[in-house]
Ligand binder design. Structure first.
Ligand code: NDP
Length: 274
């Protein structure tokens, strides 16, 4: 019988690593641990092998179109498609609440723009009943944004990808205008908040697109909780394993009818735009 395939981006450590671990234990198919750095990725695979688990490995840098293309080519030669895709890779520098323009752009490339490249290159490989899980954050709730115009636009039922792109672009323009403009847009760490709000909004727009295309694909986003990882410099309420709980619920247990929602770390649905 054909093997099912699950892919987790940025999974050499942190929550992504724990998602791979959980999938290796419970998913009936091949699980790809992917990482931008081959050495870090292979070490993570070794750790799981030491526990008796059998993840597969491939390099995948979500900010590199050629890396995503190479991965897509690899998957399409070995498998008939992707069943579960967890867009987990992300960055945040806690010590830099107001980043430089370059830093904000790099963050946006990793946390948001990468999803558009992944949509273009990996989505064609998704099976008709695939599941996509996007790692958002409580900082990805709409209320993190302080500009009324964008609050109104992002909450529209007929929001488009182009409008989300304009939102991110407007934010990056504000970053160029200095600290006051930056903070008045989304507060400290506004680049991260804007990236996760954009990721969440894109989740809902893409769900509508899949439905329109007649596909049974589900795409949901999730706040994993405040989790002790390198990203949070070890601060947080939860272990990475606990942080993986809701993403694993969406990948393995949620009904396929759960579509285009924002899920909290305790697996309950919340209103994104309250
Ligand atoms: P970590 O910093 O522990 O892990 C992040 C992972 O993303 C690493 O494996 C890192 O790889 C990878 N990564 C970064 N850039 C790229 C890239 N260009 N291509 C591929 N992989 C990349 O963070 P967490 O585990 O805490 O975070 C996982 C996700 O959960 C993120 O999206 C984060 O925003 C989200 N999240 C986390 C929260 C928390 O409290 N921890 C709260 C809310 C959301 P490398 O080792 O090479 O740097």
């Amino acid at each position: 019988m054909e093997t099912k395939v699950a892919v987790v981006t940025g999974s050499n450590k942190g929550i992504g690593f724990e998602i791979v671990k959980g999938l290796c234990q419970k998913f009936n198919g091949s699980v790809y641990l992917t990482a931008r750095n081959e050495e870090r990725g292979r070490k993570a695979v070794q750790k799981l092998e030491n526990l008796g688990l059998r993840p597969l490995f491939h390099t995948l840098d979500v900010t590199s179109e050629s890396s995503i293309e190479e991965f897509a080519k690899f998957i399409s030669t070995r498998h008939s498609g992707i069943d579960v895709l967890v867009n987990n890779a992300g960055i945040l520098d806690f010590d830099k609440p107001v980043p430089t323009c370059e830093e904000a752009k790099k963050l946006m490339d990793t946390n948001f723009y990468s999803l558009l490249t992944i949509s273009k290159i990996l989505y064609p490989l998704l099976k008709n009943d695939a599941r996509i899980i996007n790692m958002s954050s409580d900082w990805g709730l709409l209320s993190n944004i302080r500009r009324q115009t964008w609050l109104d636009i992002l909450a529209k039922d007929d929001l488009t990808t182009e409008e989300i792109l304009q939102f991110v672009d407007d934010f990056l323009q504000n970053v160029k205008n200095g600290k006051t403009a930056f903070v008045s847009f989304a507060g400290h760490n506004g680049d991260y908040k804007v990236s996760k709000v954009a990721l969440s909004a894109l989740t809902f727009v893409q769900q509508k697109q899949f439905i329109k295309q007649g596909k049974d694909i589900s795409i949901n986003c999730v706040h994993p909780g405040f989790v002790k990882t390198d990203m949070t410099k070890g601060m947080g309420d939860f272990t990475p394993e606990r942080g993986a709980r809701a993403p694993l619920y969406l990948a393995l247990e949620a009904p396929q009818s759960l579509k285009g929602t924002f899920v909290w770390h305790d697996c309950h649905q919340v209103n994104w735009d309250d």
